[in-house]
Design a protein around this ligand. Structure first.
Ligand SMILES: [Fe+2]
Ligand SMILES: [Fe+2]
Length: 159
């Protein structure tokens, strides 16, 4: 917000405010209470916001591909962290249904994003709105419903 206030030219301010549209801001409700997971979620949200700012419907597919690949890489790293925490804390034994549902959601996301990459690679156009809406709704739903349960378990399991 500081940066916006420092600009004196009104049209520039307006453009920047329009670009803030659709940005995701960190909410206290997003916190699982597990620092490493929450920090990684902040990075994912920042990457999503960066994608939202950078791309438009005329972005070349090479640029979209780069952004999607970056998200896929970091999401993979993040999923690995959560899955290691889950395995190390006995989540798979104590709450097998929840744990396997969690794993399945990670896999489904990676599969869908890989599919999007293939579609981009084959020259298919993907609307920015569709792409951003999918990423945003998946991430937020997953954090609020699925990661939250893992966080609650980890908080009691690790004291
Ligand atoms: Fe997760
Ligand atoms: Fe997560």
């Amino acid at each position: 917000m500081m940066n916006i206030m420092m600009h004196s030219d009104f049209s520039e301010i307006q453009t920047m405010e329009q670009k803030l549209d659709g940005q995701v801001f960190w909410q206290p409700e997003f916190a699982t209470g597990i620092q490493v997971i929450d920090d990684q979620h902040r990075v994912l949200i920042a990457m999503l916001n960066e994608a939202n700012m950078k791309i438009n419907d005329h972005s070349p597919s090479s640029e979209l591909d780069l952004i999607v690949q970056g998200l896929l890489n970091y999401a993979g790293y993040h999923f690995g962290t959560e899955e290691r925490f889950a395995a190390d804390s006995g989540y798979f034994d104590k709450q097998p249904e929840e744990a396997s549902a969690h794993l399945a959601q990670h896999h489904a996301f990676a599969d869908r994003v890989t599919q999007i990459k293939q579609e981009l690679g084959s020259g298919q156009r993907i609307s920015k709105a569709d792409l951003v809406a999918f990423l945003k709704s998946w991430l937020i739903n997953h954090i609020l419903n699925t990661d939250m349960k893992l966080g609650a378990y980890l908080r009691t399991a690790t004291g």
